[in-house]
Design a protein around this ligand. Structure first.
Ligand SMILES: C[S@@+](CC[C@H](N)C(=O)[O-])C[C@H]1O[C@@H](n2cnc3c(N)ncnc32)[C@H](O)[C@@H]1O
Length: 236
């Protein structure tokens, strides 16, 4: 029987499978500064919001496969996914990193500097929608970015989608985190263990994934990695 696991970093059948993936494939190849920032983030009281290491390893490879040079991240926290992105970009690459708070980013910034990639990071403090509107105004109608990662407030994903599809080039990729929301999208909305907030986000994700699936501007897939990642490749 399906179980809602809001605190788990995986939708795999058992946590030991995730441990196997991490121990076999992720940690042996992990950049020293990624390890440092992962440990700092895991010790933070809000550690549950940090992206999963196996997901970041996949993003790193994806960014290199699509030859990404310019990217956007909405939802930075301590900068764990931001560091993974900055390390995967070429030396003249750029990641515009947006977060409503600067406090968490400042915890990770020394590690990003130590990794030698701070020059690729342009941090902008503000609301995700407002900052993307600002970027759109600066970019005009030019789609300047190769990749975007949305991992901020979940109920704004629809608004992020509309803006990111104008900012990311045709052939570029937009990734949305937490789109399986602990597996709850495939469970009755009153599944025991879920909070009122879980039910709101679960309903939102059900609608968001359906909208993306019907959106002819993108080719999309839903990866059951970490808490679910919806990947969209812009096709028009
Ligand atoms: C899930 S965390 C991001 C985790 C990060 N991607 C990582 O892998 O470590 C979400 C972040 O979104 C930020 N946030 C929440 N609402 C926001 C909004 N409306 N606009 C911009 N950032 C927001 C929070 O401050 C928080 O740092």
């Amino acid at each position: 029987m399906a179980t809602y696991r809001p605190d788990s970093k995986t939708l795999l059948k058992t946590d030991s499978i995730l441990e196997y993936v991490l121990d076999t494939m992720v940690y042996p190849q992990e950049h020293e500064r990624m390890r440092e920032l992962r440990l700092i983030s895991q010790n933070h009281p809000l550690s549950f919001v940090v992206s999963s290491p196996d997901q970041m390893q996949f993003f790193s490879m994806l960014l290199k496969m699509i030859g990404a040079r310019r990217t956007i991240e909405v939802g930075v926290f301590t900068g764990y996914s931001l560091l993974a992105t900055a390390l995967a970009l070429p030396d003249d690459g750029k990641v515009v990193a947006i977060d409503a708070s600067r406090e968490y980013f400042d915890l990770g910034l020394p590690v990003i500097e130590h990794a030698g990639v701070a020059h690729k990071v342009e941090f902008r403090q503000g609301d995700g929608l407002a900052e993307l509107d600002r970027l759109l105004a600066e970019a005009g109608e030019e789609a300047l970015f190769d990749f975007a990662y949305a991992d901020a407030d979940k109920e704004q994903y629809g608004g992020y989608h509309e803006r990111l599809l104008r900012l990311v080039r045709v052939g570029g990729v937009v990734a949305y985190d937490n789109t399986l929301w602990g597996g709850s999208v495939a469970m009755p909305r009153d599944t025991p263990g879920s909070s009122a907030y879980d039910r709101v986000v679960r309903d939102y994700m059900v609608g968001f994934n359906a909208t993306v699936a019907a959106d002819d501007r993108v080719e999309a897939c839903l990866l059951p990695i970490a808490d679910g990642v919806t990947l969209c490749r812009r096709v028009k």
